[in-house]
Design a protein around this ligand. Structure first.
Ligand code: RTP
Ligand code: MG
Length: 148
């Protein structure tokens, strides 16, 4: 089953958007495989955003992502990597369509509420960077009398 790494950024946690964001992926039909509230270290931030290390905003990006707790998640399901990116909206919230997470809740590019893996290679790399295998759960939804 395809998996992706999603993370509510510090602005989303401060603004109490964790439940709203989890809700969107649950209602869409994806399955949560792992989640944790955590403080990102400077080293982890630099490794996670390594592809941007030459960019002028790299220092700000690392400072921001380590400025408070994040809610890290692994979600799974058909085509979840690309579909989650669609559900997040464009990087700059002012370009992101209404109905997307960044379009509905973001204002500035630096504080755009959510991170999501942008390819199968990034998803694998980021899941391994943030989660131990033992923290991920594989399960099937039970078709029983108590699920209506
Ligand atoms: P992310 O990695 O956080 O999911 O965002 P993304 O793929 O949509 O965008 P990416 O190009 O990977 O950029 C990573 C984050 O850097 C910040 N950024 N700031 N000041 C700027 O011009 C600028 N450009 C990008 C954004 O917070 C973006 O999410
Ligand atoms: Mg990115």
């Amino acid at each position: 089953m395809e998996k992706t790494f999603l993370m509510v950024k510090p602005d989303g946690v401060q603004r109490n958007l964790v439940g709203e964001i989890v809700n969107r992926f649950e209602r869409k039909g994806y399955r949560l495989a792992g989640a944790k509230l955590m403080q990102i270290s400077d080293d982890l931030a630099k490794e996670h955003y390594g592809e941007h290390k030459e960019r002028p905003f790299f220092g700000e990006l690392v400072d921001f992502i380590t400025s408070g707790p994040v809610f890290a998640m692994v979600w799974e399901g058909e085509n979840v990597i690309a579909t989650a990116r669609e559900m997040m909206g464009k990087t700059n919230p002012s370009d992101a369509a209404p109905g997307t997470i960044r379009g509905d809740f973001g204002v500035t590019v630096g504080k755009n509420v959510i991170h999501g893996s942008d390819s199968p290679e990034s998803a694998e790399r980021e899941i391994n960077l943030f989660f131990e295998t033992s923290e991920l759960v594989t399960y099937t939804k039970q078709d029983s009398a108590w699920i209506y």
